[in-house]
Structure formats: structure tokens, C-alpha cells
Design a protein around this ligand. Sequence first.
Ligand code: PLP
Length: 360
Amino acid sequence: MARPSYMAVDLAALIDNYQWACSLAPKSQTMAVVKANAYGHGATRCAIALQPYAPIFGVACIEEALALRKAGIHKPIVLLEGVFSADEVAVAAKQDFWVMVEDPTQVSAVLNATLPKPITVWIKVDTGMHRLGLSPGNVSGYYQQLLISDNVATEIVFATHFASADETNNDFTKHQLKLLTDTVKSFNTPLSLANSPAIMAWPEAHSDWNRAGFMLYGNSPLDVDHPSSKGLKPVMGMYSAITSLREIEAGQAVGYAQTWHAKRTSIIATVAIGYGDGYPRNAASGTPVLVNGKRVSLVGRVSMDMITLDVTDLPAVKIGDPVCLWGKDLNINEVARHSSTIGYELMTRVTQRLPIRYTH
Ligand SMILES: *Cc1c(COP(=O)(O)O)cnc(C)c1O
């Protein structure tokens, strides 16, 4: 008695992926990025699993960091976008959250705060993403101010973020890398540059602190097959089961707005998963789905609570047969391409309705 739909999260695979990220960059330390509820996998459970291995965690905001502290995470946590208001600086210092400093407002917030103890600061340099970060020409002045401030702990890290590291033939990564190293060359400070694609495809961008997010969850962010994805194991699986079967005639349509018409007499299977669970509504007819481990096609519109599949070519299909929407045997990136998005978004979009089954 239960809707047969759930998300499986393999925490042993998560740990293996973390160690794989470390092994690709043996001279770097590797931050485990667990923002956005650990890319939809459950930040608390994932951080607890990774805590024995990861020296620091990365999140997007202080709310996420406080939730991790409450759950018993005692390692430093980097606020990757820094603080959103000046009053967060004192809370961050007290909790041993490290703050990225991204713009002059955040520099002032750190310099002017009344703190229980000095705070660890990472200075973000805008080397071409043009979203956050101090511009290279201004970095030196702000660095000197932070360096002499009693509010700031001694070791300041310089960071930047790559715009196109997933594109393995795009030289913009090299340009960003050079701009960062030129900007900081007289400072002799630690650096933090690489996200998952740079850890995997741009070894020259490895530095003191790499920041691994997407790859920890077991899929490659790169635009090509690459040896660095060999050790990655998908952590998340989305599963359900066939709940209804019917035969329709050639010419009949399936689902809302009748977007798909049968070309032959067809067996249509209904599955208890929909956009209300985070399965993308814009997944097109033809998106692969596994039934009993075999590939079939999604047909018709994705509904809130259900999808429909063409299982005409599967012999002996029956109600209750297991369905995989993505996971170890069906790459989430492939599913994402059929709905014009990326695996990152599909992971973070899984909704609360779907129960999570953790395995270790
Ligand atoms: C999210 C994030 C990362 C992790 O990126 P992935 O591509 O998921 O590895 C790294 N650095 C910053 C600043 C981020 O915001």
C-alpha cells in the first residue's frame, strides 16, 4: 500500500565520487559543495556521510550553513556567495563559516563588523563570468584593507569561477586562469579555482582548494566522454512502477493536448511519476525511460502525477513492473537533453513528495 515512486540515494557512491575527485587532484584539497540541498540529494545526510573525508563544505547561503551546523556538521563551511546582509558576518564568524567576498559591499560588511573572533575570507575575482567578484584592477586595494583588518583571519584565499570549463575545447578557461594568476602573482596566497568540470578536464586549474559539486553526485558535467569520468557513480535514482496498461488504436492520441498519436496499435503504460515529483514537464515524446531495465519512450505530455510510455515492443509487460526515470542505468544528462536542460537542474528540481531511500 503505497505509491511506488521514490528517489534512491547511494551514499557509498557519494563517498567514492568524493574520493575520485580527490584522486584526480592529489595536490589539492577538495571542498564538498552541498548547496541546494546537496543538489537535491539531501544536504544533511550527504554532509554527514562526507564529513569524515571532506575538510570543508560549500553552500550558497547562511541558511544552508546553519542547517548543517544544526545537523552536527562541525567542519568549516564556505558561503560561496558570501553574506547577503552585513548582520550575517558576525553569525558567520561565530559559527566558523568562511565568507567569499564578492563586491565592495561585502568588503565593507567584513571590515565594519563587530566580531567575536576573526573571520576567514576568500576574495572572489571576476575573471570573466561577470556575475560576482571584484574586478581584477580593484583587487589589490581591497586585499590590503582586508589584510590589515583585525576582523580578518590571516590566510586569505583568492578564488575565481569558470564560465565554460565544461567545454573541453573552449580556451576561455585558460584566459580566466591566466587573468587570475596575473592578478594575484605578487600576493603569494592560496588559490581556489576549479569546479567539477575543471577538476576533471583542466588539471592546470587545480590549486590549493578545488570545489567539487556536480561530480560528487556521480555524473560528468563535460561536453565529451572523458577518462576523468571513469570513477563516477550516479548517486541519485528516480524510480516508480507501471500502474496501468491499455491498448490504443493507430491514430489515437495520449495525454493532455493530444501531442502524441499512435502510428500503430500500441500498448500504453502509465507510470506514477510526474512534474509534481520533479520529472521535467518539458521532457519530449521520445525521452528514454527504463521498464524492467529496457529502454522505452515517453509518449505524450508529462502530467503532474503521471507519465505515459509506449511499451508496445516490450513483451510480457505488466502492472507493477519497475520503472527507472534516471539512475545508474540511465544517465540523467541524457534525460536532461530531451527536456533542453542539464542534469544539475533535474537533480535540484526533485520535489518533497518523492520519498528518499538512502543506502550506505
Ligand atoms: C556551485 C559552485 C561550485 C560547484 O560547481 P560544480 O560545477 O557543481 O562542481 C563551485 N564553486 C562555486 C562558487 C559554486 O557556486
